[in-house]
Design a binder for this molecule. Sequence first.
Ligand SMILES: *Cc1c(COP(=O)(O)O)cnc(C)c1O
Length: 484
Amino acid sequence: MEVNIKFYKGENIPLELHKTRIVQKLNLVPIERRLKALEEGGFNTFRLTTHDVFLDMLTDSGTNAMSDRQQAAMMHADDAYAGSQSFMRMAKAVEDVLKKKYLLPVHQGRAAENILANAYIKKKGDLIPMNYHFTTALAHITQYGGRIVELLYDEAYNIASSHPFKGNLNVEKLEEVILETGVENIPFIRMEASTNLIGGQPFSVANMRAVRKVADKYGIRVVLDASLLGENAYLVIQREPEFASATMGEVIAAMTGLADIVYFSARKLSSSRGGGICTNDLKIYRELEALIPLFEGFLTYGGMSVREIEAIAVGLYETLDESMICQSPQFISYLVNSLVAQGVPMVTPAGVLGAHVDAMKMCGHIPQTLYPAGALAAAFYLVSGVRGMERGTMSNQRDEDGRETYADMELLRLAVPRRVFTLSQIKYVIDRMAWLNENRHMIGGLRFTYEPQVLRFFMGGLEPVSDWPQKLLAKFRADFGDSL
Ligand SMILES: *Cc1c(COP(=O)(O)O)cnc(C)c1O
């Protein structure tokens, strides 16, 4: 309610509740240069450099705008190998916000995934039930010989849906899986807040309570990936009637209180690095403790600089401020709804993290073997200078026999980092995407020329299967004249 601002006349647009005090110049290079940049970068948006990127919508990881308070806190960081006061402040913030007493610091979110997989996946075939995987979580679990099973409800796979909680874990199936697999083969259950790969979709507190109940019945631990917890909590306030008048702090506490272990990437809290694993269970803390100096650094810095640690502490408290957290979800909602109005197929309802274009539908003429979402990401960069990220089959890994595993969804994610873009920039994105949608039949597929075995989407190289990029460039010039 705190952030409900209505306009007297005209459309209700999201209103920025901050002012800009430091700016960074952007480059919008001509489309001819953008085509060259794609060729140099193997048609993979991860391999573009920011000189060639206008709006960087690759990710919200480490790219949210920092607040003046975070910057100020970084100035009084306490450099010490052991026992730094900066770490004490971060631990206090974790206790105040996430309500967990014991904190193990790590250098970023995936490092927490490595530590948890190392500690708890004890034998080949151990199974981790989860609402949905995240790329790095899956990679770490499989590196240690584990397997995953994804237990979303059917509505989560319905891209154009109005279901408010598509990230809910199917508790009936969870119980079936536990009975089939045997408790001894299930090290933990993983819940991911604002389920990233299905379009930043939240779960409800009611659902997490139901998961906890099943976990308690069988004595299995619940691990919460809280990287995007603030955004999930914001959507709970918007969408779950029980919490309509709750504060961010109350919702966050309700969710973390249902997990035995909470881990997070601080890159999503406006820090440039960092993360943590936290718990109230001293036994769990002891099980994980030795792995931190082994992989990360001493127990009071975990691979982070003290400045980053200070920024995280403040970032955690700022997560409690609804007027701060709301900016990105409101911009995303504006972007999604405007694109839907223009006929662009989008994941609905609007989630967090970014807007997600349904490439399977928009590029229905491109078979999954030729990576429609990757092709759409390349095509959209070409016509706009906006860099999004493929979240589809390219982001999947091959199975043990080297066979391609086709993604459930082929998405182009346009991330909207917190308080970075202005509304006119968002309107530019809408305009160029609407144009590309009208010309979508000109987009063709991609094939790998260089395919790394692990996390191939990061550094993989591809080439277009025909001269479709040149033709798309010519059409752009015909329609836009000498516009950038
Ligand atoms: C970003 C992210 C991670 C990984 O965090 P990094 O800091 O990038 O390693 C893990 N889980 C989720 C849900 C994320 O969004």
